[in-house]
Design a protein around this ligand. Structure first.
Ligand SMILES: Nc1ncnc2c1ncn2[C@@H]1O[C@H](COP(=O)(O)OP(=O)(O)OP(=O)(O)O)[C@@H](O)[C@H]1O
Ligand SMILES: [Mg+2]
Length: 327
């Protein structure tokens, strides 16, 4: 429906992204309505996990709005070659849920969550995803509860045929107009599963533990709940799902900590812990724990050597002083 351009505000030199409704579409009242609804949804609030809007207008019959430029990439691109580490996947899901919590509180339902609409900001090359800002964009399908009645009911149906079906909750397939915020929680479940497996959870999907992914069982339970076909079985709010994922993250953090402690304790225990962690963590993570293991082992060897060295030096100095005083 639109094109997004990278732009620079001439006076302030500030970078911006400008979304322009495709020329020729300004005649289409339904699309103009959708575009304006996107602007209204974004203008409603500022939140670090939702793209900020600078302004909007019509120029030469073309509708546009300007928003902050997110320097980074889409979640889709991050998933091109390998799954995310469990830490990164949970960070992304929790950030999305943070943004959704704010949107849902204002009666805004995104309705089109998918990896293309999640941006990962990175300031420097190689920045870990688990430390990056995650930003939601594309509120073009946002439903505004208690807001103006949608005069273009076919809007969402047309989007259904545009290929975002896989992320939509079952009730959205049936009646896209009358869904509530829990439809977004389903989409977050799909994205989280995809982030960890690169596959979509279709039908009776395999749990992470069944696939041999070593994550706390509680994460399986979170996914099952988020992906329930019956809305009533899902998390009630974005905050509730966020809290559940926070507990999973804490459990993973505690495991990581105890693995490192083990490697401190004894080299033998450390090597068995590290082989366990190789299955538990994706490549980069296991490299990290191997590295800390190596550093720790080396520190263990180096410090006694240093102690001997300084001890011997001090003794030589003392002897020299003693001889000097004797003369
Ligand atoms: N604020 C932004 N900063 C940087 N890149 C952005 C920004 N907004 C969008 N993009 C890029 O442009 C792409 C398309 O943006 P967006 O999802 O809003 O449009 P769209 O999918 O074409 O929308 P529509 O469904 O309305 O046609 C995004 O996937 C992202 O790569
Ligand atoms: Mg999009």
């Amino acid at each position: 429906m639109g094109h997004v351009y990278r732009a620079k505000h001439i006076e302030s030199s500030r970078e911006a992204a400008i979304k322009i409704l495709l020329s020729g579409l300004s005649e289409r009242k339904d699309l103009v309505f959708r575009f304006e609804r996107e602007v209204a949804a974004l203008k409603a609030f500022t939140h670090k996990n939702i793209v900020g809007i600078y302004g909007n207008g019509v120029y030469s019959d073309q509708h546009y709005y300007a928003m902050e430029f997110i320097r980074g990439t889409t979640l889709r691109k991050c998933l091109k070659h390998e799954p995310l580490s469990p830490f990164a996947a949970i960070h992304v899901a929790r950030s999305v849920l943070n943004g959704l919590e704010a949107a849902h509180e204002r009666g805004i339902i995104h309705r089109d969550l998918k990896p293309e609409n999640v941006l990962i900001e990175s300031f420097r090359f190689g920045q870990a995803i688990e430390r990056s800002r995650v930003v939601l964009v594309d509120f073009g399908l946002a439903g505004i509860a208690n807001g103006s009645v949608d005069p273009h009911p076919n809007l969402t149906r047309s989007r259904v045929t545009m290929g975002t079906l896989n992320y939509m909750a079952p009730e959205q397939h049936i009646d896209a107009k009358h869904v509530d915020h829990r439809t977004d929680l389903y989409s977050v479940g799909v994205m989280l599963y995809e982030c960890l497996t690169l596959e979509l959870p279709m039908g009776r999907f395999a749990l992470l533990s069944e696939r041999g992914i070593d994550v706390p069982r509680a994460l399986d339970a979170c996914l099952v709940r988020a992906l329930s076909t019956d809305v009533k079985d899902r998390f009630k709010t974005a905050r509730e799902m966020n809290e559940a994922l926070k507990k999973v993250a804490m459990e993973m953090e505690a495991r990581r900590g105890s693995q490192l402690n083990l490697s401190f304790d004894s080299p033998q225990k450390a090597s068995s812990a590290s082989s366990a962690s190789k299955t538990a963590l994706p490549a980069k993570e296991s490299q990290k724990s191997n590295l800390s293991e190596i550093v720790m082992t080396h520190l263990g060897n180096i410090w006694p050597l240093k102690t001997w060295f300084f001890g011997a030096g001090a003794l030589v100095l003392l002897l020299a002083l003693f001889r000097f005083m004797k003369h």
